[in-house]
Design a protein around this ligand. Sequence first.
Ligand SMILES: C[C@@]1(CC(=O)O)C2=NC(=C\c3[nH]c(c(CCC(=O)O)c3CC(=O)O)Cc3[nH]c(c(CC(=O)O)c3CCC(=O)O)/C=C3\N/C(=C\2)[C@@H](CCC(=O)O)[C@]3(C)CC(=O)O)/[C@H]1CCC(=O)O
Ligand SMILES: NC(=O)c1ccc[n+]([C@@H]2O[C@H](COP(=O)([O-])OP(=O)(O)OC[C@H]3O[C@@H](n4cnc5c(N)ncnc54)[C@H](O)[C@@H]3O)[C@@H](O)[C@H]2O)c1
Length: 221
Amino acid sequence: MTKYYPVMLNIEGKNCTVIGGGRVAQRKVKSLLEHGARATVIAPKTTEKLEKMADEGVIHLKKRPYEKGDLKGSYLVYVATDIPEVNEACYQEAEELGIMINIVDVPQLCDFIVPAIHRQGSLTLTVSTDGKSPMFSRRIRDELEVAYGPQYQHIIDTMGEIRKKALEEIDDIEVRRELFHRLTYDTSVNAIADFDSYREKMWRIYESCRNREGCDKDENN
Ligand SMILES: C[C@@]1(CC(=O)O)C2=NC(=C\c3[nH]c(c(CCC(=O)O)c3CC(=O)O)Cc3[nH]c(c(CC(=O)O)c3CCC(=O)O)/C=C3\N/C(=C\2)[C@@H](CCC(=O)O)[C@]3(C)CC(=O)O)/[C@H]1CCC(=O)O
Ligand SMILES: NC(=O)c1ccc[n+]([C@@H]2O[C@H](COP(=O)([O-])OP(=O)(O)OC[C@H]3O[C@@H](n4cnc5c(N)ncnc54)[C@H](O)[C@@H]3O)[C@@H](O)[C@H]2O)c1
């Protein structure tokens, strides 16, 4: 059983190719565009939505079957046709060119697979079963969606603001560590009823740590 290596890829502005133009290809294109990639679709027939996106210049569409050479210059490739010969040919070309490829529903012809995703602002939770049960991945994702609601987005955004300021203003790494520890573990996030006052409390913790560092420095002088 393959042990997949989880990473978060930055595909902004990268050329990504989707072979096939059906419902599944459309789903892959949507996700590529949501993450800032440039998408080229190659297929003799496409969904109306993909056609419209091509007319609007949102994607680049080549309305014909896949030909060898089509994958050149791609950062990553999805293949969503159900024709084994096309799958094999694409896989071979991608391997020759060293391009990461995913043949939908054929894990043995995939350099990467896609997890089920729950996003809450900058919090991204992904679930994979190493391909053993996509439906179970989906179920666990749905459970995470309930457990990690919108309050996490607010907390994490505030954490980000405070951390940026702390890196600028608090030199002592021990004080910073204590600050992040208190911000992270002092309260159960699910118990927060009023986010605005909790946000104020987070900033008060920041102030007290920063001021304490000032005192420590004075003591050392
Ligand atoms: C997570 C999600 C993301 C996404 O695809 O966007 C995803 N599949 C989803 C749903 C789903 N897929 C299928 C069903 C029908 C029930 C079933 O058969 O179980 C359902 C259930 C449903 O629709 O709820 C059919 C299916 N899928 C694969 C095979 C082939 C095989 O297993 O060999 C077959 C059988 C085809 C057949 O026999 O006809 C393979 C893969 N599906 C993966 C991901 C990768 C492994 C992820 C992992 O490690 O868990 C991998 C390896 C593909 C890859 O990523 O390359 C998405 C979650 C929903 C969401 O996020 O909303
Ligand atoms: N993982 C999932 O959730 C899931 C769900 C449904 C289907 N699938 C699988 O995904 C694949 C695609 O499903 P779909 O519903 O989008 O199929 P579809 O039949 O709607 O689309 C197939 C696409 O492939 C294109 N195509 C055919 N020959 C081609 C060639 N030589 N070069 C380029 N493109 C070519 C067609 O023009 C069409 O656009 C199938 O293998 C299907 O079994 C996966």
